[in-house]
Design a protein around this ligand. Structure first.
Ligand code: AHR
Length: 512
């Protein structure tokens, strides 16, 4: 079996934001409690209650941005419950998700704003906070911004200082709600447009008046349908007509938002129990992400004349039927899942001109996680390895790629599945090409034609010798580590790779 990839190094798309490799961590199952925070449990090394084995794996990877506290949880979260002396914090319901392994829908509030922002400092990560729109007020959101970012002396900044952080945190990314068409308040799009305008008016007002040097960015929730998205934008303009609010520095509704978000999950069969047909079908379903981005981009082009609102895919990944609220959305993490992550990145690189960020759901133990933990250990999943390999694209300029490979079609699927998926990017010194062989059982000879000369070539491969069904456990995680792959050069100067079934390769070409 063979395929050809043509890399057009001179046909650039745009810079790939490093935030495309972002993460999402919710108060859900064992993501926060057990995965990132263990408090006084000293079975693993901790720093201020945060578990260091997880932190060290995430540091090794590098996390550019981390979205918190939800998810659905965000629109039933009251941030003041989670600050101040821990023993005085209230225990609340967790409306949506069981916490830890206890299967109780209870939120202890041990991990709150200061713990999260401390974690971000430890990880050298940009925090992204999602405010409660569905069950709260602009006042609560504004107070949260004041607590985090204000530099003046107020009661809230004094509380921040008492809680150990006199300096403002300077949180840049603020999501205004989460899935507000669903768990975040079940708003009709025009209602969310009203709410968004109201919340963003105050939050942008804080930014423009009290923190003019602060570079805050606000994120509106989108939907997967054009109807919802269009109605949202049409409604956003209402209410600006009667007074532009020039003294606030807000002349147009588009100054109220910097990003527009979409979410996409997919599955085919179960986590480890799937057949060859389902192995392929999941790639057809991952492809829906491309449609979502293209549709959101078309809406933005129509409604946002300034052209400077980016698309954030702020939740994405596989969600298998095994992951349910009762088990904290836990599922096995396979090689097949990791191949879908490679597919998602190929889609996003191709659209680097419109994508400003993407956050996988979720960082630790939940859904398509990168790190799994038990009471004593933390280890990497196959998806971690794809993030690590693909991280070589972050900050590079994406270039156009043509792939010629066998394509399979499946009844009922909107998209065909190419046996090979790829993307490429370059910087001043290097060209980096990533490619997946999605064949279930056969290897693929991939010949890569590059239109620019480079002097050295090296390659690595992920999952050689692993089955598509193989999944990470504490005792086998090292089997998914990258290995060196031979690169041959053909008579006409193309790079030839023998790529094992269900595997991902990275080819690095360097200038002399
Ligand atoms: O990631 C799990 C849940 O999926 C999130 O809480 C919600 O936003 C989405 O529906």
């Amino acid at each position: 079996m063979s395929s050809d990839i043509s890399v057009h190094g001179q046909r650039t798309v745009d810079r790939i934001s490093k935030h495309v490799y972002g993460h999402f961590a919710e108060h859900l199952g064992r993501c926060i409690y057990g995965g990132l925070w263990v408090g006084d449990d000293n079975r693993v090394e901790t720093a201020d209650g945060i578990r260091m084995d997880t932190v060290s794996l995430l540091r090794e990877l590098g996390i550019p941005v981390l979205r918190w506290p939800g998810g659905c949880f965000a629109d039933d979260y009251h941030w003041e419950d989670g600050v101040g002396p821990r023993e005085e914090r209230p225990t609340r319901r967790n409306l949506w998700w069981a916490q830890g392994r206890e299967e109780e829908f209870v939120e202890p509030n041990d991990f709150g704003t200061d713990e999260f922002l401390h974690l971000c400092e430890m990880l050298d990560t940009e925090p992204y906070l999602a405010v409660n729109v569905g069950s709260s007020t602009p006042e609560e959101a504004l107070d949260w911004i004041e607590y985090c970012n204000n530099d003046d002396e107020t009661d809230l900044t004094e509380r921040r200082a008492e809680n150990g952080h006199p300096e403002p945190y300077g949180v840049k990314y603020w999501g205004i709600g989460n899935e507000n068409w669903g768990c975040g308040g079940r708003f009709a799009p025009d209602e969310y447009g009203d709410e968004y305008r109201r919340f963003a008016n105050y939050l942008r007002g804080f930014n423009n008046h009290l923190d003019p040097d602060g570079d805050m960015e606000f994120i509106a929730c989108g939907h997967l349908t054009d109807e919802w998205n269009e109605a949202f934008f049409e409604n956003l303009e209402k209410g600006m007509e009667f007074g532009p609010g020039t003294f606030l520095g807000m002349g147009s509704p588009y100054e109220l938002l910097d990003h527009f978000s979409v979410h996409r999950y997919y599955q085919a069969g179960s986590d480890t129990d799937f057949d060859e047909d389902q192995h392929y079908r999941i790639f057809a379903r991952t492809r829906k992400l491309a449609d979502d981005i293209d549709r959101a981009a078309a809406t933005l082009e129509e409604y946002v004349p300034t052209g400077d609102v980016g698309i954030i895919v702020d939740e994405w990944g596989v969600w298998h039927p095994e992951a349910t609220p009762d088990n904290g959305l836990e599922q096995a993490n396979t090689v097949r899942d990791a191949l879908t992550a490679a597919a998602a990145f190929d889609i996003m690189h191709e659209r680097a001109d419109v994508i400003s960020m993407a956050n996988i759901a979720q960082t630790v133990n939940v859904l398509q996680c990168l790190v799994e933990t038990d009471e004593d250990d933390a280890w990497k999943t196959p998806t971690y390895q794809v993030f690590d390999l693909y991280g070589g694209h972050a900050g590079n300029t994406a270039v156009e790629v043509d792939v010629e490979s066998e394509t399979k079609t499946f009844d009922g699927e909107a998209h065909a599945v190419e046996m090979v998926s790829a993307s490429a990017s370059r910087n001043d010194e290097e060209l980096f090409v990533t490619a997946s062989n999605r064949r279930y059982e056969e290897s693929e000879t991939i010949e890569i034609d590059v239109d620019t000369e480079y002097s050295t070539a090296s390659a690595t491969v992920l999952f050689d010798g692993q089955d598509s069904h193989a999944y990470s456990r504490k005792d086998n995680a090292e089997a998914f580590e990258p290995e060196t792959l031979d690169v041959e050069v053909s008579e006409d100067g193309n790079y030839v790779l023998e790529v094992p079934p269900s595997s991902v390769v990275g080819l690095t070409l360097e200038r002399a």
